[in-house]
Ligand binder design. Structure first.
Ligand code: 2M8
Length: 423
């Protein structure tokens, strides 16, 4: 299939998944607006359609809480209870800080929005529309970053902690196995419907997932509860690497919004120092369990998140790229980048975030390669991602050895990021 035909197919997927103000991740399984899915869609549209990319971000930010948190799901009213856990579980509308016109989850996802806005700004042909969008979104993004820097600095060292695996976007990654196994045993009053777990997902994880969400909800989404009692608190290199890149983006957007870039530059320094001091061990960034588990031994695609920092010291970049290109990751995969290192006992080529390759993480690593002037690596990541979608379609994820598709079909971020790769 030539580039033009692939592009047309990508647009058709995005149009089919468009609700009128947002793009749902895929038909069927994911009928609502998801935080980083929507933001990847905005990134994919940045060079193509400034207005639609902006609408995508604005509709997500309509779910932002008064405390700055951007929720991981903004529920669509029509199909509200099709997905579990739906709005009746999260009960966001009862919380004084949550928006009242729209139902949302009570958790967040990687803070990619400022980076997406920067790309829209950078590529927009219509400068006035882009500038107006920056001015409108900038205060919301500042509030989001303030929330992370205060409520989520559970380790007290400048990094944001996630309080549920869903917040990582890589739900079933093996890095959560140990912290989940260490959870106190509690009754799980809700069981996630099998259908929601999708093909290849370890359904056994989902009871602790729901229990964790309910405990946080039942605290009234209380920051003091998160700090003192919540049993899952983890510093994740991908979440924080994305946050750092978004702080760099806000520093560049601040003058457009008539604001001072200084606080964003300070945040970049603080997050970088936290990443290097707290998460770096044995040649990689690792996940730190703040509830006593220390640093994770297993390496996943998330360990490369801090490569998004264009000022990461060159020796660290070289070490990380060495691991990425080795037989632990790209070197032994036909279709990079496996979501878990291939030699790990937990690696599973067909199970969701435990082995398959994903278009969104390939795109992030391609971006990381570009900011470090690693043109060869960027080219391989782009070309192999296009090969995956040409061969198997816009699937949710892919077998890293034979490239066959896994999970949902017509998956929005796979289509949207293809448009960016084709541009
Ligand atoms: C998956 O996560 C949701 C929960 O948020 C699920 O398992 O039902 C993940 O792949 C996540 O990264 C993604 O945002 C979401 C929607 O595509 O699905």
């Amino acid at each position: 299939m030539d580039d033009a035909a692939l592009g047309r197919e990508a647009w058709a997927v995005l149009d089919a998944n468009w609700t009128g103000s947002a793009t749902v991740p895929a038909p069927g399984l994911y009928p609502h607006q998801w935080n980083w899915d929507s933001t990847f869609v905005a990134i994919g549209l940045a060079r193509r359609d400034t207005r639609r990319a902006g609408t995508e971000l604005l509709s997500l930010m309509a779910g932002q809480w008064g405390n700055g948190m951007v929720p991981h799901i903004v529920f669509q009213p029509v199909r509200a209870e099709v997905y579990f856990p739906g709005p009746s579980v999260w009960r966001s509308r009862e919380h004084r800080s949550a928006p009242h016109g729209v139902g949302t989850s009570g958790l967040t996802q990687p803070p990619l929005q400022a980076l997406a806005l920067w790309r829209i700004w950078r590529h927009a042909a219509d400068r006035d529309t882009a500038a107006a969008l920056v001015r409108r979104l900038y205060p919301m993004l500042v509030a989001q970053h303030d929330y992370l820097a205060t409520v989520r600095d559970l380790g007290g060292a400048g990094l944001a902690a996630i309080v549920h695996p869903w917040e990582s976007g890589m739900d079933d990654s093996p890095v959560w196995d140990a912290p989940l196994e260490a959870l106190p045993v509690t009754g799980a009053p809700y069981r996630r419907a099998g259908g929601s777990c999708g093909e290849g997902r370890p359904g056994g994880h989902h009871d602790p997932f729901v229990t964790l969400a309910l405990r946080y909800r039942d605290s009234g989404y209380d920051p003091a509860y998160l700090r003192d009692e919540h049993p899952f608190a983890v510093e994740d290199p991908m979440f924080n690497g994305i946050w750092l890149a978004s702080c760099q983006a806000l520093a560049e957007l601040a003058p457009v919004a008539g604001a001072d870039a200084g606080p964003h530059r300070a945040a970049v320094e603080r997050i970088r120092a936290g990443l290097l001091e707290r998460l770096w061990a044995d040649g990689l960034f690792r996940v730190r369990d703040l509830r006593g588990g220390g640093l994770s031994q297993v390496c996943t695609v998330g360990c490369f998140g801090p490569l998004l920092d264009r000022e990461l010291p060159a020796d660290r970049v070289a070490e990380l790229v060495g691991v990425l290109e080795s037989a632990r990751f790209m070197g032994a995969a036909g279709y990079p980048v496996p979501s878990c290192e291939i030699r790990a006992q937990q690696f599973d080529r067909s199970r969701y975030w435990r082995g398959p390759s994903w278009v969104n993480t390939n795109w992030l690593l391609r971006r990381a390669a570009a900011v470090h002037d690693l043109a060869g690596l960027a080219r391989i990541l782009g070309a192999s991602t296009l090969r995956l979608v040409r061969q198997a379609g816009f699937r949710e994820c892919f077998d890293p050895f034979d490239g066959s598709g896994r999970g949902s079909r017509d998956f929005s971020w796979s289509a949207a990021l293809t448009l960016d790769l084709l541009a």
